[in-house]
Design a protein around this ligand. Sequence first.
Ligand code: ZN
Length: 153
Amino acid sequence: MRDRLQTTDRMQHWNIAINTTCVLCNEELESVCHLFFGCWFSGQIWRKLIEGLMQDDFITDWNVLKVLQSNPRLNPTKTFIFRYALQATMHTVWTERNARRHGEQPKDIGCLVRFVDKTMRLRLLLVKGMGQQYLDEALITWFGIQESNGEAG
Ligand SMILES: [Zn+2]
């Protein structure tokens, strides 16, 4: 959120030999805007996870997402989910990007979506266990979205 990630568009300022192509799509220059979620690969992950919640307001534009993150204009339950989902998706995409740069086997979109979904469920259950009542609603909302999505099953 503070734009501190060392994406390759930035690293090339001090390392000319670096490969600046996005390792997720292998097509475009890697930047923060591209990774979150201008890239068709990460954009698909974000779409599958959050389009059910955002519906017509669904967007992949990083600059808009940053603003939405501080003021999502959603009810408290959906706000909570939106922030957690954004955090978990960014973390997962960044981890996958690093894994690929280190030559690890690429994971596909479905696999990464299931991973974020699982992370979300665990987090919601964990926080719910700490006694926050409105999280029952958050859990039900999240399960409902992911079931209608039919991908994360
Ligand atoms: Zn890309």
